[in-house]
Ligand binder design. Structure first.
Ligand SMILES: Nc1nc2c(c(=O)[nH]1)N[C@H]1C(S)=C(S)[C@@H](COP(=O)(O)O)O[C@H]1N2
Ligand SMILES: [Mo]
Length: 293
């Protein structure tokens, strides 16, 4: 078996050389097949596909985990455009095809964890967000990137009922957005993304709680100031900007020490940064981990 680091995640981009050798032990689980790009970041079993597509949080369709698959039938993820604006050299409205074309899809098997305590292992089909953002030439002033979801009352019953302040919004600091583990996904389990999981294009940030993974993206906005995300807007006491998975710090609503993998009976321990600490912890050096929820 060939165990190799993929080219696009050169260790020098993530950690200083000194820690590289230590990191390799962790990367033993990170396998790239030579032909198609495939990154497996965990030895945990992949969650059955039907659990991943039928148990979702997509409040535009309703607040029940089954609402997006129940009411998603009217939603049309095609044709689709993404508007890019703010502090960048190449703003514009791009067709989905233009967004995807230069970026061959890679399979990324990632651990995912919702703040509510359930977790999954999902084989996403996506590409590094960094590669897309670079095409728009973000200016030096752009310190954050803000994403917005589609808001279509006619196709989305949760939007009609106003169950959250829509449109759904999320944000990342620029270094988080440019991190090689951060991807935009256009598929899962080798198939085109289904509506409940955020068709046709959604964000995946595996060291953060699930709510950062904004679905059905229609806008990418480069900004100077830290943007507000929808959950923070709805309830700033419960939700913060960073949402880094931290088992040592309970959020006001949930303990974060353990999680239940969908399809399993016994709970398992939650890992700092959801198991991606070696790759991402250095981005938060000097920051109070209690404030990183
Ligand atoms: N537009 C939009 N994106 C969203 C949400 C949402 O309600 N609307 N829910 C978030 C939450 S709380 C979670 S846990 C993840 C879940 O992604 P999954 O359903 O594909 O597992 O999507 C996130 N992205
Ligand atoms: Mo969530």
């Amino acid at each position: 078996m060939l165990i190799k680091q993929p080219d696009h995640i050169a260790s020098s981009e993530i950690t200083p050389k000194a820690t590289y050798m230590r990191r390799r032990e962790f990367l033993a689980a990170l396998v790239t097949l030579p032909t198609v790009s495939r990154m497996v970041t965990t030895s945990d079993a992949v969650t059955p596909k039907n659990a991943v597509t039928s148990y979702t949080n997509f409040y535009e369709f309703g607040s029940d985990k089954g609402d997006a698959s129940r009411y998603g039938g009217a939603f049309k993820p095609s044709p689709w455009t993404v508007t890019v604006d703010g502090l960048c050299g190449k703003p514009g409205t791009y067709a989905l095809e233009d967004i995807l074309k230069p970026h061959p899809l890679e399979e990324r098997v990632y651990r995912m964890r919702c703040v509510e305590g359930w977790s999954m292992v999902i084989p996403w089909d996506g590409f590094a967000l960094a590669n897309l953002l670079k095409r728009f030439q973000p200016s030096d002033k752009a310190r954050f990137v803000e994403f917005t979801s589609v808001e279509r009352a006619s196709e989305m019953p949760g939007v009609r009922r106003g169950v959250l302040p829509f449109p759904y919004r999320e944000g990342l600091r620029m270094d988080e957005a440019m991190h090689p583990l951060t991807i935009l996904a256009a598929g899962l389990y080798g198939e085109t993304l289904l509506t409940p999981n955020g068709a046709p294009l959604r964000l995946v940030v595996p060291w953060k709680y699930g709510f950062k993974g904004i679905k059905s993206i229609v806008r990418i906005h480069f900004v100077e100031k830290q943007p507000l995300n929808t959950w923070q807007d709805a309830n700033p006491f419960y939700y913060g900007f960073y949402a880094n998975v931290n088992p040592a710090v309970a959020t006001p609503s949930y303990s974060q020490a353990t999680e239940r993998r969908l399809g399993e009976i016994f709970k398992r321990e939650t890992l700092p940064f959801n198991g991606y600490a070696e790759q991402v912890a250095s981005m938060y050096a000097g920051m109070d981990p209690k404030k990183l929820f």
